[in-house]
Design a protein around this ligand. Sequence first.
Ligand SMILES: [Zn+2]
Length: 702
Amino acid sequence: MTANSQTPAQTPIVSKWDDAVAATLSEPELLLYRSNLLGSDLRVTNFGGGNTSAKVTMRDHLTGDDVQVLWVKGSGGDLGSIKLDGFSTLYMDKLNALKKRYRGLEHEDEMVDYLPHCTFNLNPRAASIDTPLHAYIPKAHVDHMHPDAIIAIAACADSKRLTEVIFGGQLGWLPWQRPGYDLGLKLEALATSQPNLKGIILEGHGLFTWGDTAKSCYEITLEMIRLAEQWLGENVKQPVFGGVKTITLPAEQRAAIAAQLMPALRGRISAGERKLGDFNDSAAVLQFVASNDLAALAALGTSCPDHFLRTKIRPLVLDFDPAKPDVDALLAGLDKALEDYRADYTAYYERCKRANSPAVRDANPVIYLIPGVGMLSFAKDKATARIAGEFYINAINVMRGANGVDKYVGLPEQEAFDIEYWLLEEAKLQRMPKPKSLAGRVALVTGGAGGIGQAVARQLLQEGACVMLTDIDAGALAEAHANLVKVAGKDSVATVQGNITSEKEVEAVLSATALRFGGLDILVSNAGIASAAPLEDTTLEIWQRNQDILVTGYFLVGRGAFRLMKQQKIGGSMVFVASKNGLVASAGASAYCTAKAAEIHLARCIALEGAAIGVRVNVVNPDAVIRGSRIWDGKWKEERAASNKIDSDNIEEFYRQRSMLKLSVLPEDIAEAVYFMASDKSGKSTGNVLNVDAGNAAAFTR
Ligand SMILES: [Zn+2]
């Protein structure tokens, strides 16, 4: 459950300020300290939302004189994890001089181009659009937060009067206005004309607070949020959201439905670019989607600009009755539901567009609400999808508070459009780096904890894919997960323990992959074992074990992935990691060689059936990958050494000398070949075999 899923009944926010720590810090460090404290609590501000500032006296590099410098959170990043280099620094005298340049509201966007000219100390951090909101408030320390409890009040029809009632004149109030230069001047005017104010509520948006010291600013911010939470707690009428309309299904059933629904949705909304999904069934979501007010409130749209930039203005509520759960009917209704949503979105664009608006963007929903089941969110990468869901929880919290004490109002449509299609936002989108080659792809790697499995996962992650690792060894899997999180972060990599020889467990692995990321694009079937024994000593057990893992296991995973990809209808790629021994018979390893040959042939058979649905299947044949291999630990190494009549310590050198190119084959070499076969780089290859064996004439394909 996410940290911001709590309902209003909660413990008051407490100050985490530590005077002993603060005493050791400079003014910029105090700003950083305060920012990290504020950002560490999602009740204080949402992820990536809000900003902080301090006006600090500093020595000017050119003149040697003391000057006033505005330190303000720069563009991008999150307060919880911001470092000092996340702040932009600007000369206050230059910012003040800008007022003479200002030509009025219709020209306010041009003021953004002046900000880089105010930079102090060649700081490369770009100043954010919110910079003027901090610069002109005549206080040394300013916080701008997006607390759910405050936005709930800011999104009420009667927000101005409620601000009076709740804060007793401590906070001022300004009507909704898009953040920009003009709003900065309005904040200045209000703070100057009412010097006793501790801050201001911005209608439909959030909170500004200020203080003479970093500590007092921080504590005033918390105090205002506490007051709002307390007042809402005492005044929100029960039952919330008009009471319960439908039952909530048990957790296991919710997950099973989501796992079925996600690939079906993903296939239908990935025509432009592939999307990744996130499932959220936290308490706040379940309460909302089971309520009487669901349809009416969802239709109103979100309020805070931060919310709808992430979630789109409205979610899609799917027609589903959890009391009579009919998943087939739910799936059958998706095309129509999406068509209607897209038509609605396009109509909104046409209604609101201006002469210079950017072209219409992807018209598919981001947020999907399913009564009794929960919420799905889809975006171009996993973190964005997860965060979009968390933002919708912020919106749910806001609607619960606002509608519980007054009447919730979303942002006017034209205002929402002007932010969504703001030319400055468009410029930000245009500056985004080109997506990586596997961005938006989901890969499942079996045998994921082994040397080759981890190297493959690492390469796919580096190319932008999300990776689910599965392995029979839970301990090794946890270790692999810890290694890979360091490379790619926690959003893109996940694990599920499973035995590929069990039909049921394979189904569970595929379900877990769909539930975690939304579907599947790439299967790397890599789980392996090896055995060596002369024919006469090959027991039925040895034989069967090779067949079970290398043939039946590959069949089960391949079949499951095939079904999932077929349901998604956006093609896919499978790569079987086989062996040179699948092409070349080797004495003393009949069980292994035969199973590997079957594995290669299975890949070709799936390639035949997969072509019609855009699923490619190729084989990578490693040979003698010793480093990092669990197969080569222990018995197999001894067996191969004995069979080749060499010392087991010299085995790597033995294989190197045996190869045509006199090179060792490393897990990274296999990963490179798997990546090629998995990616669109090999988009016109299927049924192929790629040997990665440093050259072995007997394995030449023909
Ligand atoms: Zn804001």
